[in-house]
Ligand binder design. Structure first.
Ligand SMILES: C[S@@+](CC[C@H](N)C(=O)[O-])C[C@H]1O[C@@H](n2cnc3c(N)ncnc32)[C@H](O)[C@@H]1O
Length: 391
């Protein structure tokens, strides 16, 4: 990733960069006292941060992971601009601007944010949760060319492997989402899906709170299923089978069908393993019986009246705030001049946390440079953050 290493610059040069470079909008100095600072850049229609790491023999300016723009060349161009305009004595750099266009990512890979306003170009939809090697997902997509198959998988290499297969097999009816299924369903509109496959979920015997099937997941599944659409769980774990059955029977009204050792047209990688060991396979179908009302997403990530106040610094806890479903951790604090702050914060779900910066001065407070994903846990975490910032 782009960086330049150069002979240490004086504090006057740093001040000049902050004040005179038209691509730099502010400088924020770390309150940790390690001499680190970040520069806010606005360039090519994007906002992002550059980190300045200082050491006795050389300084380094590098990209910031959290705010990294998709077009990496923008970072390189700003680094080159700073180097030229302020005569930095470069010792090492990797910012030659690439002539090649960035490898476009697959159009079948969807980001969770895409679902905040998505147009689903198919009348029929099926979802597979935790598709692993993708055998069953690919098979379903081939069998039902007029249906969209949304595969959701938390493990990135598995998601990449299936994207390669989509390409090789020329399939046009699969979307891959590399995210936590427990958070994903709430991003979908009501009554859109005819089948949800949950095949061989991790049993999490020692940490049941991490299981995919839960009361919340079941409620969301029934909401997004069309009437008579069904959730199909397949598991080799007797404990998970009974646990899921209990969750489904907790519903006030439910149509539940159980099968044992039923053969499917395709055997997934995990199923093949369990069959070899002659394990029993349990299948449970939960059918949606009614039309669900539309989901109204009222998630607002604005900060209302929050503004910079020196007392905020005393208010921010150094340790993580752990709640049942989410956490908030104020990771690092930076001061911008006398009346501004930049806060690096991690929050939201334990498995897929958001990493963001919050910038605030006496006139505004906002996420820098874009809002979090509109999930329920992110919204709860945002409200908790507001409690600490509003003094
Ligand atoms: C035991 S494997 C089963 C894979 C595949 N369904 C099969 O039958 O071969 C469980 C899969 O679920 C994925 N997974 C676990 N938790 C998940 C979650 N919360 N959201 C999405 N995928 C998840 C894992 O990465 C893994 O690929």
């Amino acid at each position: 990733m782009p960086h330049i290493k150069f002979k240490p610059i004086s504090s006057q040069t740093l001040e000049d960069i902050t004040q005179r470079c038209n691509a730099v909008t502010f400088r924020a100095d770390a309150l940790s006292g390690d001499g680190e600072c970040v520069l806010g850049a606005r360039y090519g229609g994007e906002e992002f941060l550059l980190q300045l790491k200082r050491a006795p023999k050389s300084d380094m300016l590098k990209y910031d992971k959290v705010t990294r723009p998709l077009k990496v060349n923008l970072i390189k161009e700003v680094l080159a601009k700073l180097s030229d305009e302020f005569g930095l004595e470069i010792e090492h750099s990797n910012i030659s601007i690439s002539e090649h266009r960035q490898q476009p990512s697959s159009k079948y890979l969807k980001k969770i944010k895409d679902f905040e306003s998505i147009n689903i170009p198919f009348k029929r939809v099926a979802i597979e949760v935790g598709f692993g090697s993708g055998r069953h997902l690919l098979h379903q997509a081939l069998q039902h060319p007029d249906r969209l198959h949304i595969g959701i998988e938390i493990h990135t290499p598995s998601a990449q492997q299936v994207l390669r297969q989509i390409d090789i097999q020329g399939l046009e009816n699969i979307w891959v989402v590399n995210y936590d299924a427990r958070l994903f369903l709430e991003m979908l509109p009501s009554n859109i899906c005819e089948q949800i496959f949950v095949h061989f979920p991790v049993p999490w015997d020692k940490k049941p709170h991490r299981r995919v099937i839960s009361q919340g997941f079941t409620d969301e599944a029934l909401r997004i299923l069309v009437p008579q659409g069904r959730l199909e769980l397949r598991t080799d774990s007797e404990a998970y089978f009974w646990y899921s059955l209990e969750s489904f029977f907790a519903l006030s009204k439910a149509q539940v069908v159980i099968e044992k050792n039923k053969n499917l047209a395709v055997v997934s990688k995990y199923e093949a393993r369990w069959r070899k060991q002659e394990k029993d396979i349990y299948e449970v179908h939960l059918t949606a019986e009614k039309f669900s009302s539309p989901k109204v997403l009222t998630v607002d990530f604005s900060f209302g009246k929050v503004r910079y106040h020196s007392k905020i610094l005393d208010n921010l806890p150094p340790k993580s705030i752990i709640m049942d479903d989410y956490f908030v951790h104020f990771e690092k604090l930076y001061k911008i001049g006398d009346d501004g702050l930049l806060i690096k914060v991690a929050f939201g779900s334990f498995d897929r946390p958001e990493h963001k910066y919050i910038i605030l001065d006496e006139t505004e407070c906002r996420y820098y440079s874009s809002n979090p994903v509109k999930t329920g846990v992110n919204y709860l975490a945002h409200q908790k953050i507001m409690e600490y910032l509003y003094v």
